[in-house]
Design a protein around this ligand. Structure first.
Ligand code: ARG
Length: 462
C-alpha cells in the first residue's frame, strides 16, 4: 500500500487501493509537463504575492524551491511517486517537503483542474513551434529536391492513370503546398489555444481576490478565458490539435504511398537510399521501403487519437470530469508520432533520387499530350467539346496502330480534322506540352521555378 500522504487524507478513511493507485495515476504520462507546471506555479505564486495572499518572502521561497525541483527533474534525480497521481501533486508534495507552510500556500485559489488546463496550453504552444520547425525543414528538403529536378518531366496521374505531363519539381512542390496549409493551421491553433484558464479554480473561480490577468500576462497568454465552468473542461484545443496532426499524417501518407509505388520495379521512378530500406529475412534480393510503409501506417494511430479524444469529450457532464485526464495520452501520442513521421520523411526526401532516364524512357506512352492536342484545336477555332471528340477518336486509332499521337502523319490528322496544320507537332510530345503550359501555377518547369523562388523567400521570412 502506498505511503505517500495526499492532501485529502483527512477526508477519506482509507488510503487508496493499490489497484486504484495504478488505475488513476497519470504521472507516467504527464510528467513531461513538469516545466509547464512549474512555470505556471511560479506565475500563480507571483500573482498571489501581488494580491497579498503570499508574503514576498514566501513567494521567494516557493520560486526558488520550484526552480530547484525543476533542476532535479531535469537531472533525473527526482523520485516520481505515482501515489501522488499526477505531476501537479508530485511537485506540490516535493515543494511542501522542502519549505513547509509556504509550500502549502501555493495552491491558494487554484485547483488541479485549472492547473492541468493551463499546463496543456503551455505545452501545446511549444509543441506547435517544434512541429512547425520540422514542417519547415521538410518543406525545404522538398524544395531542394525540386530544384535538382526542375527541368525533369514525369507523368501526372489522375485515377492512377496517365493524365498530363508535369515537371518533377511541380510534383514535389505539391507537397510543399500541402505542408504549408498544415503549418498555417498549426499557427492558427497556437493563437487560439493561447488563452489562460489559470485562476478558474475547480469550476467557479474563487472568493479570494485573484488577479487572473496578472498570471495570464506573466505566462505570455494573449487573454484570459471568460467562463470558469468552461475553462476547466475545454479540451477543444486538444481535439483541434490532433485533427491538425491527422491532416499532416494524411499528407505524409500520400507521399509515402506515391513513393512506395514509384520505387517498384514496375515504375522505377525513384530510388530511396539503402539507409532507408530494409531487406527480407528470406528473399535475398529484397529492398523494401519499410520506412515509407510505416509513415503510411502510423497515420492509423493519429486518426485513432482523434476518434479517442472526440469520444472522450462526447456527453461528458459540464465541469471537470476525470475522463479529461485521458486527453494527454492521445494529444501527446499524436504529437510524438507526427514529429517522428515528419523527421523520417525529411530524411527520406533528402536521400532519394529520381531516375530521369527510366521516367523518360516510357513517357510518350499513355497519350499524356492528348489534352494539349484538344487545346491546340481550340486555338484553331474548334469548340472544345468537338475537339475532345476528335482527339478521342485519334487516340483510339493510335491505340489500334500502336502509335503515339506525334507519330501520326499530317494526312491522317487532316482526315480527322481540317483544322489541323503542320504546326500541330509543336504541341505534341511531353516536352512540348510541359513547356507550353501558360496558366498561373501550372505544372510546367517555368512555373515550378517561380514557385521555388516564392518558397525560398517565404522560408527566409519564417
Ligand atoms: N491528472 C488530472 C488530469 O490530468 C489532473 C486534474 C485532476 N483533478 C481532479 N479534480 N481530480 O486531468
Amino acid at each position: 500500500m502506498a505511503e505517500a500522504q495526499k492532501s485529502w487524507e483527512k477526508r477519506l478513511d482509507k488510503t487508496t487501493d493499490s489497484l486504484a493507485v495504478d488505475f488513476v495515476e497519470s504521472l507516467s504520462v504527464d510528467k513531461r509537463l513538469y516545466k509547464y507546471d512549474i512555470v505556471g506555479s511560479i506565475a500563480h505564486a507571483e500573482m498571489l504575492c501581488e494580491q497579498k495572499l503570499l508574503t514576498k518572502e514566501e513567494f521567494k521561497q516557493i520560486k526558488e524551491a520550484l526552480i530547484d525541483i525543476s533542476r532535479q527533474i531535469e537531472e533525473g534525480k527526482f523520485k516520481f511517486d505515482k501515489t501522488y497521481e499526477d505531476i501537479h501533486m508530485a511537485i506540490e508534495a516535493a515543494l511542501i517537503k522542502r519549505i513547509g507552510d509556504a509550500g502549502k500556500k501555493l495552491h491558494t485559489g487554484r485547483s488541479r483542474n485549472d492547473q492541468v488546463a493551463t499546463d496543456m496550453r503551455l505545452w501545446m504552444r511549444d509543441e506547435i513551434e517544434i512541429i512547425n520547425t520540422k514542417i519547415t525543414l521538410l518543406q525545404k528538403a522538398l524544395v531542394k529536391l525540386a530544384e535538382k529536378y526542375a527541368s525533369g518531366i514525369m507523368p501526372g496521374y489522375t485515377h492512377l492513370q496517365r493524365a498530363q505531363p508535369v515537371s518533377i519539381a511541380a510534383y514535389l512542390l505539391s507537397f510543399v503546398e500541402q505542408l504549408n496549409r498544415d503549418y498555417l493551421r498549426l499557427k492558427n491553433r497556437r493563437a487560439s489555444a493561447n488563452v489562460s484558464p489559470l485562476g478558474s479554480g475547480a469550476i467557479a473561480g474563487s472568493s479570494l481576490p485573484l488577479d487572473r490577468k496578472k498570471s495570464c500576462g506573466l505566462l505570455g497568454f494573449s487573454d484570459i478565458t471568460y467562463n470558469t465552468i468552461d475553462s476547466v473542461s475545454d479540451r477543444d484545443f486538444c481535439a483541434e490539435f490532433i485533427f491538425d496532426c491527422c491532416l499532416i499524417a494524411a499528407h505524409l501518407s500520400k507521399l509515402a504511398e506515391d513513393w512506395i509505388i514509384f520505387s517498384t520495379t514496375e515504375f522505377g521512378f525513384i530510388r530511396v537510399d539503402d539507409a532507408f530500406c530494409t531487406s527480407s529475412s528470406m528473399m535475398p534480393q529484397k529492398r523494401n521501403p519499410d520506412m515509407l510503409e510505416l509513415i503510411r501506417g502510423r497515420s492509423g494511430a493519429v486518426y485513432g487519437s482523434l476518434m479517442a479524444i472526440l469520444t472522450i469529450l462526447k456527453a461528458q457532464p459540464s465541469g471537470y470530469n476525470r475522463d479529461l485526464q485521458e486527453d494527454k495520452v492521445h494529444t501527446f501520442g499524436a504529437a510524438d508520432t507526427i514529429e517522428a513521421c515528419i523527421d523520417m520523411t525529411c530524411a527520406i526526401v533528402g536521400n532519394t533520387a529520381f531516375n530521369k532516364d527510366k521516367i523518360s524512357a516510357d513517357i510518350e506512352k499513355g497519350f499524356l499530350d492528348a489534352t494539349s492536342l484538344a487545346e491546340y484545336l481550340v486555338t484553331k477555332g474548334v469548340p472544345f467539346r468537338t475537339a475532345h471528340g476528335i482527339v478521342g477518336s485519334l487516340v483510339a486509332e493510335c491505340e489500334k496502330q500502336g502509335k503515339t499521337l506525334a507519330e501520326i502523319d499530317i494526312e491522317e490528322f487532316k482526315k480527322h480534322s481540317k483544322a489541323i496544320d503542320e504546326d500541330v507537332y509543336q504541341h505534341l510530345g511531353t516536352e512540348n506540352v510541359a513547356a507550353a503550359y501558360k496558366s498561373d501555377a501550372a505544372a510546367g518547369s517555368s512555373q515550378s521555378l517561380e514557385q521555388i523562388s516564392y518558397w525560398k523567400k517565404q522560408f527566409s521570412e519564417r
